[in-house]
Design a protein around this ligand. Structure first.
Ligand SMILES: NC(=O)c1ccc[n+]([C@@H]2O[C@H](COP(=O)([O-])OP(=O)(O)OC[C@H]3O[C@@H](n4cnc5c(N)ncnc54)[C@H](O)[C@@H]3O)[C@@H](O)[C@H]2O)c1
Length: 349
C-alpha cells in the first residue's frame, strides 16, 4: 500500500523556498505543500497559488491550525532555532536551512529537542548531494588518490542581494537577523562538504574574515562579512583552505574543490564537461561526466526535500542531521572567532 504523502508546512516563502523546496515538494507524489507562512503580505498566498496549500501571515498560527507532518524552516538565520524548536515541540519533523542556528547552544538545544520529540531534524546542507560531490567521495573512499595531503575549496558569487526575494534590503544584510555573513551562507556549505569528503573532523581554523565591498541600500557597508579566506587542519593533519566571497562579480559563480593526494590530484567543478577529473602521478587520467554543478542562476533538483520525505516515510533517520549541522556550524563560528582574535584556534569539540 503506498504511504500517504508527507504534509509539509513552509515557514518562509523566500528565494530558497520558491526556487527549490516548494517546487521539489510539489513535484514529488510522496509529499504535498499543505501550508505556507510568510509575514510579507501576499507572499505566501502567491506561492500557495503556484504550489498548493493554505497561506498564512503568521508561522505560529500556521503551526497551531494546519494539519502537518513536517515543516521546512527557510527564514533568516536568527529565526531557525526558535522556529525549529517550536515545530519539534509540536511533534513535527523539521528540515531547517543552513546554518541550522547561529550559536552552538541553540544547535545543541535543537538536537536535544528532536531526540526528545522522537522526530527527525535535517539541515539543508545540499552540497553533499550534488552528483560531483557524491562521485568525489566515492573516488576518495575507493582510495584512488591515496592519502589526502591537502585541499583547496572555494565558493564565490555576487552576493545575496542578487538572490534574496528582498534584494539588498533583505535580512542577509541585517546583523540581528543574519548574525553571520558569507561564512553562514557559503562557508558553512564548504565546512560541511570538506568534512563529508575527507571523512574526518577539523581541529584548527584561522584566517581573514572581512567586509570589502557590499553596501546596504543607504550606501553604508553591510554589518556582516562579505569575504573570508580560511586555513584549516584536520585530525589526521590534512591542511587546506576555504575561500568564500560575496563579491565575485564575474559572470559565473565559482564552486570548486581540489584535493591533493599521495597518488594524484582530483579537481571538482572546474571542467564544465567533467564534474570530477583525476590526474594521477603515473600519467593516467580519470574523468567523470556527472552533470553540472547547481548555482544561483542554474538550479538543478537538490534532492533535499525528496530525501527527507523518504526518511520520514521509511522511518530512516536523515544523514545530514543536527549533529552534522552542529559540526559545520562549530567550524564556522570558530573561524569567525579566530579571525577576530587574529590567531589560529583549536575547534572545540
Ligand atoms: N541550502 C542552500 O543552498 C541555501 C541557499 C540559499 C539560502 N539558504 C538559506 O535559506 C534561508 C532563507 O534564505 P532565502 O535565500 O530564502 O532568503 P530570502 O530573503 O529570499 O527569503 C526569506 C523569507 O523569509 C521570510 N521571513 C522573514 N521572517 C519570517 C518569519 N518570522 N516567518 C516566516 N517567514 C519569515 C521573508 O519574508 C522572506 O520571504 C537562509 O537561512 C539561507 O541561509 C540556503
Amino acid at each position: 500500500m503506498p504511504k500517504p504523502p508527507v504534509r509539509y508546512g513552509f515557514v518562509g516563502a523566500g528565494a530558497i523556498a520558491q526556487r527549490r523546496h516548494l517546487p521539489e515538494c510539489a513535484a514529488n507524489p510522496a509529499s504535498v505543500v499543505a501550508a505556507i507562512a510568510d509575514p510579507v503580505k501576499g507572499r505566501a498566498a502567491e506561492q500557495a497559488q503556484r504550489f498548493g496549500g493554505a497561506a498564512w501571515r503568521n508561522w505560529q498560527t500556521m503551526l497551531d491550525e494546519a494539519d502537518l507532518d513536517a515543516v521546512v524552516v527557510a527564514t533568516p538565520n536568527a529565526l531557525h532555532a526558535p522556529q525549529t524548536l517550536a515545530a519539534l515541540r509540536r511533534g513535527l519533523h523539521v528540515l531547517v536551512e543552513k546554518p541550522m542556528a547561529t550559536t552552538r547552544d541553540q544547535a545543541k538545544q535543537m538536537i536535544a529537542a528532536a531526540k526528545k520529540a522522537q522526530r527527525y531534524l535535517m539541515v539543508g546542507m545540499n552540497q553533499r548531494l550534488m552528483p560531483a560531490h557524491v562521485k568525489a567521495r566515492e573516488v576518495l573512499q575507493r582510495g584512488t588518490l591515496g592519502r589526502v595531503l591537502a585541499f583547496e575549496t572555494s565558493f564565490k558569487h555576487g552576493g545575496p542581494d542578487g538572490w534574496s526575494v528582498d534584494g539588498a534590503a533583505s535580512w542577509f544584510f541585517k546583523k540581528k537577523l543574519a548574525v553571520l555573513g558569507v561564512n553562514g551562507d557559503l562557508g558553512i556549505h564548504k565546512a560541511d562538504l570538506m568534512r563529508y569528503l575527507l571523512g574526518e573532523e577539523f581541529t584548527h581554523v584561522g584566517g581573514q574574515v572581512t567586509t570589502r565591498d557590499k553596501k546596504r541600500p543607504d550606501g553604508r557597508p553591510i554589518p556582516v562579512d562579505d569575504n573570508a579566506w580560511l586555513t584549516l587542519k584536520t585530525e589526521s593533519g590534512v591542511v587546506g583552505s576555504i575561500n568564500i566571497s560575496w563579491t565575485h562579480y564575474g559572470r559565473h559563480e565559482a564552486n570548486g574543490t581540489t584535493l591533493f593526494g599521495e597518488h594524484g590530484v582530483m579537481r571538482i567543478g572546474e571542467d564544465p564537461r567533467f564534474g570530477v577529473v583525476i590526474d594521477l602521478k603515473n600519467g593516467d587520467q580519470e574523468c567523470h561526466a556527472v552533470g553540472a554543478m547547481a548555482s544561483n542562476t542554474h538550479q538543478v533538483a537538490s534532492g533535499v526535500i525528496d530525501g527527507f520525505t523518504d526518511n520520514i516515510q521509511r522511518r530512516r533517520p536523515p544523514s545530514i542531521n543536527g549533529i552534522e549541522g552542529y559540526r559545520a556550524l562549530n567550524v564556522i563560528l570558530t573561524a569567525v572567532e579566530a579571525a577576530k582574535e587574529g590567531k589560529t584556534k583549536r575547534i572545540p569539540r
